[in-house]
Design a protein. Sequence first.
Length: 89
Amino acid sequence: MNTINNKKILGLSILSIFIFSCILATSPAIAAQNNEEGKFVDNIRVEVRTSQTTGIGDTATGKIDAFLYNVPGDKFEGLSEDMRQNLVL
């Protein structure tokens, strides 16, 4: 049973990374359609956080740009107001 859950998590993580990569790769094309100038994405760095608490904290402090994981609301209760303002839920 544990192996099935790990495979699901791995599969969802890979799918999330792929979707996020596609969004980042197409963002210059979307910006060009809106006549906005910007730099093309030339590097995508993917990091893994195995703890929801660490992922939320690293996102709130700006160490990572996004934490793609379904997080229950009670995980945000211990955060300071400053950290909560840095998150888009």
